[in-house]
Ligand binder design. Structure first.
Ligand code: URP
Ligand code: ZN
Ligand code: ZN
Length: 464
């Protein structure tokens, strides 16, 4: 099987040139001007960008959470991701307390295997890690699960104490793996939530008002400090605000290997979403919560100058009807999470490149290359180069779409609302190629269930 993409403008995190890209079977085999090669399929990419497929390192498909399960499974969620120009996700397997992490990995393999439209990997969410289980972590790394997520939030559910964090971090450091941290002081936040509910404050906006940015900053500070002593790189997930970013910057300036992602929701949405009429604010109940709008400029500054390395989605969709409604009388019962895997590339291109905040190269770095490096997938993923997987997006920089649950170009997620409803974007992924196979052609899905493969990831590949 061969494919020739002609006349496109090839953009990677460092390159920008016009060339043809020739793909044989699953990988790129030749890049050059006016290639004279026979191919089974030829795509003319004149006027379009030819970029590495997006890599979203933070999704939650089929995740039991908040008394229900996230609305996208690995089939619908990865198909939606493909529509949006994302060709790799890293999702999360979850260890339930007392269970072996290896058993948890098996459970998640069963959920995903044979279902996905695109390639996928797993981080392991660790909920307990006693000394007698530490050996499992090396075994997970050998199985290609080379990163863990630990939670300082959600006491009684996913929360782990500082001792567990330190034990897991020390072992992760020894093994050459990386720890992802949900950095928020969940213990203090729970106290604030209890007080609010006792005062009769039950509306969705209290989700945000009970989660001060200082408690995220405290979590980041603690995560970074423990990681520094444990000797492991730490990656702060879904960083939402200036207070937390300041802690990342301070640590990086000290030379600590701390990395961080933010998400489109923190760049394009803000606290005022919670003030919408009736129960509408529940659509935006996610953790961390949406912040005051001025934080967005600080996040863009962090992205531009390198203190934030990646943009992930934290895609964790719950339908407004029946799922978000679980918390109609009590904001603390609204399942936490929002959809976004499909809209990330277009939103970031529009808000970043089209509005002049970041360069084209930076766009690729933030949406694909940096995460591929951090999570042991580069240069197989995250770039356009000879021998890299042919995961390619043909992106039309001029195409305009209005994001809507009703727009058949922008919404394939299995959820009854879109968090970015009504936003216009300029720049849109039109054709998506996964390991040499066209899976989206001119915005139409032409792939098949099970096209995607599990990715055994390498050890931590970022800057030490
Ligand atoms: O609200 C969120 N973020 N839900 C998903 C779980 C998590 O904390 O990442
Ligand atoms: Zn989290
Ligand atoms: Zn998450």
């Amino acid at each position: 099987m061969s494919l020739l993409i002609k006349n496109g403008r090839v953009i990677t995190a460092v390159d920008d040139y016009h060339a043809d890209v020739f793909v044989e079977n699953e990988t790129i085999s030749l890049i050059g001007k006016n290639l004279q090669v026979e191919a089974d399929t030829v795509i003319d990419a004149s006027g379009k960008y030819v970029m590495p497929g997006g890599l979203d390192p933070h999704t939650h498909m089929d995740m039991p959470f908040g008394g229900t399960t996230s609305a996208d499974d690995f089939e619908s969620g990865t198909r939606a991701a493909a529509h949006g120009g994302t060709t790799t996700i890293i999702d999360f397997a979850i260890q339930t307390k007392g269970e072996s992490t290896l058993a948890a990995l098996e459970t998640w393999h069963k959920k995903a295997e044979g279902k996905t439209a695109i390639d996928y990997g797993f981080h392991m969410i660790v909920t307990d890690m006693e000394d007698d289980r530490l050996w499992e972590m090396k075994h997970l790394a050998d199985e290609g699960v080379t990163s863990y997520k630990l939670f300082m939030a959600y006491p009684g559910v996913l929360y782990v104490d500082d001792g567990t964090i330190f034990r897991a971090m020390r072992k992760a450091g020894e093994d050459g793996t990386v720890v992802c941290m949900h950095a928020e002081n969940g213990i203090v936040i729970d106290e604030i939530v209890k007080r609010a509910l006792a005062e009769g404050k039950t509306a969705p906006k209290y989700h945000a008002l009970t989660r001060p940015t200082r408690m995220e900053a405290e979590g980041v500070h603690r995560a970074v400090s423990i990681a520094e002593v444990a000797g492991v790189p730490v990656y702060i997930v879904h960083l939402s605000c200036a207070d937390a970013l300041e802690q990342v910057t301070l640590a990086r300036n000290r030379g600590v290997p701390v990395f961080a992602e933010t998400c489109p929701q923190y760049l394009f949405l803000d606290y005022t979403s919670y003030e919408k009429e009736g129960f509408e604010g529940a659509k935006y109940v996610m953790t961390p919560a949406l912040r005051e709008k001025w934080n967005q400029d600080e996040l863009w500054r962090g992205l531009r100058f390198g203190d934030l390395q990646s943009i992930a989605t934290d895609h964790c969709p719950f339908c407004f009807k029946e799922q978000k409604e679980l918390g109609v009388d009590d904001f603390s019962k609204i399942p936490n999470g929002a959809p976004g895997v499909e809209n990330r590339m277009a939103l970031v291109f529009n808000g970043g490149v089209h509005h002049g905040r970041i360069s084209l190269n930076k766009f690729v770095e933030l949406t694909s290359t940096a995460a591929a490096k951090t999570f042991g997938l580069f240069p197989k993923k995250g770039t356009i180069a000879v021998d890299s997987d042919a995961d390619i997006v043909i992106f039309n920089p001029d195409r305009r779409e209005t994001i809507s649950v009703k727009n058949t170009c922008t919404h394939h997620m299995n959820v009854d609302y879109n968090a970015y409803e009504g936003m216009s974007v300029t720049g849109f992924p039109e054709t998506v190629i996964s390991r040499g196979k066209v899976i989206v052609r001119d915005t139409e899905y032409v792939g098949a269930k099970g096209d995607g493969r599990f990715l055994k990831r390498g050890l931590y590949g970022g800057l030490r």
